[in-house]
Design a protein around this ligand. Structure first.
Ligand code: NAP
Length: 281
């Protein structure tokens, strides 16, 4: 089965849209883009389009590469204080002279719609998630939508980034999978990936996973967004793996669509958390 996310992502966005309209929610997502990275510009544009579809106001800050860390921090502080701003998202990667972790730490955790603030990471790890990284929660929703069993399954996550690998591993563990995380120092990677009932690849290298690295009848979740001759492709060699795997996500049309849908849902969650704590209202 090809796990196409188009219908599911649309239904999640429609649900958010209905919620916004019926409850007359006034939500604003602030997105900060620093520099000229082309991929980042596309991601920000897609987020803006999703906000427009749903009825969430978006404030896009396009800042020069040369902005200092303190200047960026000032903008984050201002957005933290603004009662009309529901969510704050700083598009990564940031230029090398800016400490990404430091910027994330200074976003109000109740407005942290990317789920990267240490408080939100801690809550996820402790098993009481609030704002969870969008790609990771999107993968769980996708598996659940297609009724793919997680409980007791061997799950191998390739990649240990803070935005995808670690949070998806935490969520799979919370769903009772037996989780192995691999990275660039892992020895005998193929031996490990071959044990996976569910293999999640978040590496960022085109065709990195081939059919000799997967288990028969497994489920393959491809997070990678790579380009070959300008064409978008994932980490998993789709053509070589499709006949051996039971399920596989396409790129494009898979995990990426879920990421945006879950970002929209995180805006609703952030709004509810702020109301509950009476933040800036
Ligand atoms: P990242 O921060 O660069 O992390 C990549 C991970 O891959 C690292 O943990 C790295 O290991 C590991 N790795 C690199 N080479 C490896 C090797 N030879 N064997 C095993 N592991 C290896 O990337 P990311 O932010 O997680 O993103 C990964 C990919 O997903 C990118 O293509 C990105 O564009 C895409 N992405 C897609 C979405 C979406 O919505 N679909 C969202 C976010 C990211 P070390 O830690 O040892 O360096």
């Amino acid at each position: 089965m090809i796990l196409a996310a188009k219908d599911l992502a649309l239904s999640i966005k429609d649900e958010v849209k209905k919620n916004v309209a019926e409850n007359n929610l006034k939500l604003t997502l602030a997105v900060i883009l620093v520099g000229e990275d082309n991929a980042s510009k596309i991601y920000v544009r897609n987020k803006k389009i999703a906000c427009e579809y749903i009825g969430i106001k978006s404030l896009i800050y396009e800042l020069p590469e040369s902005i200092s860390q303190n200047e960026l921090l000032e903008i984050v502080f201002e957005l933290n204080e603004r009662s009309d701003v529901t969510g704050i998202l700083v598009q990564l990667p940031l230029p090398k002279h800016i400490d990404e972790a430091f910027i994330m730490e200074n976003i109000n955790p109740l407005k942290d719609v990317d789920g990267f603030h240490p408080e939100n990471v801690g809550k996820l790890t402790l098993g009481s998630p609030k704002l969870v990284p969008c790609t990771a929660i999107g993968i769980i929703k996708l598996l659940e939508h297609f009724k793919i069993n997680i409980d007791g399954e061997n799950c191998v996550v390739v990649g240990r980034s803070n935005d995808v690998g670690k949070p998806v591993a935490s969520l799979m563990l919370a769903k009772n999978a037996t989780v192995t995380i691999c990275h660039s120092h892992t020895k005998n990677l193929a031996q490990i990936t071959k044990t996976a009932d569910i293999l999640i690849s978040a590496v960022g290298k085109a065709k990195f996973i081939n059919c000799d690295m997967i288990k028969e009848n497994s489920t393959l979740i491809d997070v990678g967004m790579n380009r070959i001759d300008g064409k978008l492709c994932g980490d998993i060699d789709f053509d070589s793996c499709i006949s051996k795997a039971k399920n596989i996500t396409p790129v494009p049309g898979g995990v990426g669509l879920m990421t945006i849908a879950m970002l929209m849902q995180n805006c609703i969650i952030a709004n509810a958390l702020q109301k509950f704590r009476n933040v800036g209202k």
